[in-house]
Design a protein around this ligand. Sequence first.
Ligand code: HEC
Length: 96
Amino acid sequence: MQRIVLSLILSISAVFAASPGMKVYGKACVECHGDNGKEVSIAGKEIAGSKDVLTKLVGYKNGTFGGEQKATMQASLAPLSDDELKEVAAYVETLK
Ligand code: HEC
């Protein structure tokens, strides 16, 4: 029984660790927004708890959304595909 529970936990965490959005976040966002989207020094606010993240990211990428520092976000998002934007937006919405 313990073994079953353990392997269940391991496989759940493996799925979670392999979440594509989390990978994109680790590669393209964590340096500015921090592990849990709680870093405020660069963006001026947390992104944890944000709503409509995909709309914001698409807007940053095409230049229709953002504040004074939007060029920073636009440059960070430029290398990402539409699929990666969707994945990372879904991941950011899980951050509390
Ligand atoms: C080089 C630093 C940097 C990187 C890398 C970066 N950001 Fe940002 N982010 C910023 C800054 C600065 C702002 C504020 C821009 C503005 O003035 O609108 C911001 C704003 C945001 C906002 C909007 C917050 C709001 O509600 O107004 C979201 C969402 C966001 N970033 C998500 C991401 C995601 C997801 C990634 C990775 C794909 C990412 N950022 C990568 C610096 C960065």
